[in-house]
Design a protein around this ligand. Structure first.
Ligand SMILES: Nc1ncnc2c1ncn2[C@@H]1O[C@H](COP(=O)(O)OP(=O)(O)OP(=O)(O)O)[C@@H](O)[C@H]1O
Length: 691
């Protein structure tokens, strides 16, 4: 479906009208201010769009190299957000502070549709280039913004609605913008909350990644929020100086900016010393311990952990912290480093208690110890990387690094240098000191090639040679370097089918699949209840609870995005519930929608099995309807089970919010009116239609 845009002449008139007439200094409207900047400062004309500037491949390559830490930290969170949105006509986009798109997650169809508009990597979306738009206006306003269709300065973008939030680096400076651009203009508030949470996750990952040599401190005034997204986070140097803080830390400590805290000692902030906090945290097995704000009586619960990497193992360049922050020059690290601790780093280990999984883990550990490569298959988000890590940790090479490479999320042009590394000056835009590839980083440890099915064919040949010869030749170099690692790879695609289609080399397949392990999908796992419980505690704190309806829905849902989707559903639900038990309405729309489409037991019924024999009483128009005297249905309503009763309440609330306009509610849930009518009928919500 093509993107529909507004009439240019009329839209331009409206822009001029708003800006010229009655727009005073007191007007705080983000969009109106942006329109004025476009007209008066950048001298843009709404009638005359310009073609957006785009970087050539080498310049994009260089920029992606410079911003590698940021993009690495954002990639997984963006994929998760995309999955959570469950909207095939939306793109999740990351730009740098010049407004250049660095990374984008979208369905191939939508990506193809919006590419001609300039929604693709390398294109500049600053306001000066593209006028009012989500990414550019968020950069200019340095605040979250929602730019609806008709808010865009140029009409060609009025088919899209964009919501965007800033992402800050550990120095507290804006480092990027995270945006969702979609055809739908619904639910902007919900979306901004989700975007804000995703930005905070990326920021916490950045602190972990940029300060791997520092002691992480996690704190909150409520113990159940330690190790959750709401926690305050500090990075503290070996000698007790604070190097970085997240936004929640600043907020809780009543500080304005990272500069107010950086270089201060931990005892200037809390009534404890570095040694004391670390000692007490260790004794409590890293559960939060009480501490007080320095010179005040405000109580906090805090934990200090050991650095992810000993300082001696790092290159000095990265230690300055400043230099390693995204948005500034990034120093490549040469030493094999463990992956950053992903947030929340709660002391909850992965739950792998399903008997099939436990057996598979045991087999994989035994075969990998004999240098036999293991290939993991399983749906996306089913925990292949978590499983691979568990294999590594129980293997003879657990003291070496675990190096993960996601072959799907790297642009094709970067995979080669990422894997094999390059020599100084190998190509334009290469980093001055060269770069050590991931394969060499895995020397002595484990190389995990994720989404191996997405590796381009010509690179498959090179990889095969490395696997056979155990030698790497970095780009631009004549020298070969010997390397020794154990190999795990994973794919959510059927590699045999790819082989048959000629898209994957058969010889490489057999090299990778010494033993093939198929991980069960979440819906097939018998430890689902346990996993839900442990993730709920990890995301919402020890006191987090589920209402029984929410619990039922989580157990019955089909989870196409598996554990990742579950984890993120719980994360946003805990944030929305704000300490109260998680109820149905806190769960993502995708789940609620599925429950409406399929009825109870939710979602496991495909649409085709939905009750079709019910009489459908659909009005010809989409005029508002009104509720009929509900007393008539009282008895039937009493017989609804608790999940249905809850759903009935939720639907009544939605109908009320949408002034009984059924089409509008159906649109909000993205289901057809017919489906919604069937559901209303089933739940004994009877409506009258105007004559
Ligand atoms: N057993 C588990 N216990 C706790 N969390 C888990 C478990 N399995 C997966 N997760 C969480 O689910 C998310 C996805 O896991 P992971 O990245 O391992 O999946 P994947 O199968 O490799 O995904 P993809 O196919 O997209 O690469 C992560 O946030 C991870 O922490």
């Amino acid at each position: 479906m093509a993107i529909t845009v507004l009439n240019t002449g009329r839209h331009a008139e409206r822009v001029f009208d708003v800006v010229r007439s009655g727009f005073g200094e007191e007007n705080n409207d983000v969009v109106a201010r942006s329109w004025r900047r476009c007209l008066d400062e950048y001298l843009l004309h709404p009638d005359r769009p310009r073609e957006l500037r785009a970087l050539e491949a080498p310049a994009l390559h260089e920029r992606l190299g410079r911003m590698a830490t940021l993009v690495d930290c954002a990639r997984h969170e963006m994929a998760t957000l995309f999955q959570q949105l469950a909207d095939q006509e939306a793109a999740v986009v990351l730009t740098d502070t010049d407004g250049v798109i660095l990374h984008m997650v979208a369905s191939p169809e939508f990506a193809e549709e919006v590419a001609p508009l300039g929604l693709r990597p390398g294109v500049f979306w600053s306001e000066t280039e593209a006028g009012t738009n989500g990414m550019g206006t968020c950069l200019a306003a340095a605040a979250p913004v929602a730019v609806r269709r008709e808010d865009h300065f140029y009409t060609q973008y009025t088919g899209l609605t964009c919501s965007a939030v800033p992402v800050y680096n550990p120095a507290g400076e804006m480092a990027a913008v995270l945006d969702v651009s979609s055809r739908s203009s619904l639910m902007q508030q919900h979306l901004l909350v989700l975007l804000g949470m995703t930005a905070r996750m990326i920021e916490n990952r950045l602190i972990d990644q940029c300060f791997r040599h520092a002691h992480p401190v996690h704190f909150h005034s409520r113990p159940e929020f330690v190790y959750t997204l709401h926690e305050g986070r500090l990075a503290v140097s070996d000698d007790g100086h604070i190097l970085a803080a997240n936004r929640s830390a600043l907020f809780q400590l009543g500080l304005q900016s990272v500069a107010d805290i950086r270089s201060r000692r931990i005892e200037d902030i809390f009534q404890t010393s570095q040694e004391d906090l670390l000692h007490r945290s260790t004794l409590s097995s890293f559960h939060p311990v009480v501490t007080y704000r320095a010179h005040a009586s405000h109580r906090f619960f805090a934990v200090m952990r050991r650095p992810a990497v000993e300082a001696s193992a790092l290159q000095v360049g990265a230690l300055a912290g400043q230099a390693a922050m995204p948005g500034r020059v990034l120093t490549p690290t040469r030493t094999p480093l463990p992956r950053p601790l992903t947030q929340p780093a709660a002391p909850v280990g992965p739950t792998l208690t399903d008997p099939t999984l436990a057996r598979q883990l045991d087999v994989a550990r035994r075969v990998i110890a004999r240098q036999t490569p293991v290939l993991l298959c399983g749906e996306t988000g089913s925990g292949k990387e978590v499983f691979a890590r568990a294999v590594h940790e129980g293997s003879p090479r657990s003291s070496g690094a675990f190096v993960a490479v996601n072959c799907a999320s790297l642009p094709e042009s970067l995979i080669e240098s990422e894997l094999f590394g390059y020599r100084a000056g190998a190509f334009t835009g290469a980093q001055r000191n060269g770069r050590r590839g991931k394969i060499l980083q895995a020397d002595g440890g484990t190389l995990f090639l994720d989404e191996i099915g997405d590796m381009p064919l010509e690179l498959q040949a090179r990889l095969l040679r490395v696997l056979e010869e155990r030698q790497v030749t970095p780009l631009g170099s004549e020298e070969t370097v010997s390397v020794d690692f154990q190999l795990l790879s994973a794919s959510h695609r059927n590699l045999m089918e790819l082989v048959e289609a000629g898209r994957f080399r058969e010889d490489l397949y057999y090299r990778l699949a010494g033993v093939e392990v198929r991980l069960p999908a979440l819906r097939e796992r018998s430890d689902r209840a346990e996993l839900i419980r442990s993730l709920l505690q990890a995301e919402g704190g020890g006191d987090a609870r589920l209402s029984s309806e929410a619990d039922h829905l989580l157990m019955a849902y089909a989870w196409p995005g598996n554990v990742r989707q579950l984890r993120h559903a719980l994360r946003s639900a805990c944030a929305l519930a704000d300490g109260a038990p998680v109820r149905l309405e806190h769960l993502p729309l995708a789940l609620q929608r599925a429950s409406i489409e399929a009825g109870s037991p939710m979602v496991t019924l495909p649409m085709a099995d939905a009750p079709r024999d019910l009489p459908v009483d659909e009005p010809a128009s989409n005029l508002p309807v009104s509720p009929i005297d509900e007393a008539a249905d009282d008895e039937a309503v009493q017989k609804l089970n608790p999940i249905q009763a809850n759903e009935r309440q939720m639907l009544l609330k939605m109908l009320e919010q949408h002034r009984w306009n059924v089409s509008s509610v159906a649109k909000a849930f993205d289901v057809s009116r017919n489906t919604l009518y069937r559901r209303l009928h089933k739940l004994h919500i009877r409506l009258s239609h105007p004559e």
